[in-house]
Ligand binder design. Structure first.
Ligand code: HEC
Length: 139
């Protein structure tokens, strides 16, 4: 009986954090198969991230940026392992739609919607970049 409360708390924390991408509806998409060998695309995504994303999410060399917590909700840390295993279609959707979709809009997110600026290919390349960065522990 004594264990019930810690277990319940753990369950709630897991639901609130790691499992979020499963509790929202996003379109199922298949990452293009040739993306894995697209080294030029990965370089391009690295450049894009530095110029368009690092100001909020943190430069790879600084790890978790202090600016990330300036926002409410805070900008996530892409060196976290969960970004290696997360569904790529979820990342695609988040990059494309940003703060314009629920529940992020109601939470006051400042994440821009990049779908109007980037091609689908570029968004996939950014998705791949995020996966790779998490895989390498954020470097
Ligand atoms: C103006 C600051 C800002 C910029 C610029 C920005 N982001 Fe974000 N981003 C945020 C914040 C804050 C959040 C957390 C709130 C949310 O999830 O909507 C976020 C969330 C995300 C998420 C969702 C993570 C998750 O676990 O749900 C992804 C993916 C993401 N950003 C990728 C990018 C990429 C790629 C770029 C550049 C093309 C970018 N962001 C540029 C502020 C920013």
């Amino acid at each position: 009986m004594k264990r019930t409360i810690p277990c319940l708390l753990l369950f709630i924390i897991m639901v609130l954090t790691g499992c979020e991408q499963q509790s929202v509806n996003y379109p199922k998409r298949q990452m293009p198969a040739d993306l894995h060998d697209d080294t030029a695309g990965l370089e391009r995504a690295t450049e894009l991230f530095l110029h368009k994303c690092a100001s909020c999410h943190g430069h790879p060399s600084e790890g978790r940026s202090e600016r990330a917590d300036f926002f409410q909700p805070p900008a996530p840390d892409f060196s976290e392992q969960k970004y290696r295993d997360i569904d790529p279609a979820y990342l695609f959707w988040r990059i494309s739609e940003g703060k314009t979709v629920e529940p992020f809009r109601s939470r006051g997110s400042v994440m821009p919607a990049w779908g109007v600026h980037f091609s689908d290919r570029e968004i996939w390349q950014l998705t791949r970049y995020l996966q790779k960065r998490a895989d390498q522990g954020g470097q």
